[in-house]
Design a protein around this ligand. Sequence first.
Ligand code: FDM
Length: 212
Amino acid sequence: GCNSDNSRGSLIVLEGLDRSGKTSQSHRLVSHLKDKGVSVELWRFPDRTTAVGQMISAYLANESELDDRAIHLLFSANRWEKRSLMESKLRSGISLIVDRYSYSGVAFSSAKGLDLEWCKAPEVGLVAPDLVIYLDISAEKASERGGYGAERYEQLEFQKKVAETYHTLYDDSWKIIDGCLPVEAVEEQLRELALGTVLSCQKGKPLSKLWS
Ligand code: FDM
């Protein structure tokens, strides 16, 4: 039941291309869950507030150059430095809605040509999400939405490659939502998926580790 000792918060990850709607949908989802009385926090990766996050941010803004493998490992380190806080939040009953996670790490780096298995290796052992939702939109459609900023990866040809590598990461546990649907329709599907996951974690679904 709700008060069982192994009741915990759930780890819900949103993935997708730039301009897929992930960020605004994660905000909407968090406020909906709060209204429903769920204790929940919005997280995002990269977490630019840490020292590692500031190095990542400078790289993305084209203010610094880094070897492809070096930046890959920094993105991973940025998740590792939050790992124990993440686990303790979950165990204390707080759910986390996370805008990007290890799948972004693998999709973006392997889109540069790095080996997929090499990209996954530093992620092994991080907390595994209870739910991964992919907001599916083509790179062309995303670019039509406008608002690609000046950041390093916000280019059509690169986003096409990222979409391909995301597709190689899918498995049956992922939920794919058509990102071209009206905002309210996407929101409705997200709410239903998230609430179901929150309930199963309250009932004591065990925590697991990547990759699983
Ligand atoms: N990104 C994000 C990566 O390349 N690797 C990662 O591990 C993560 C989490 O960083 F283009 C890329 C994806 C995106 C950029 O992300 C910044 P936000 O969501 O725009 O802050």
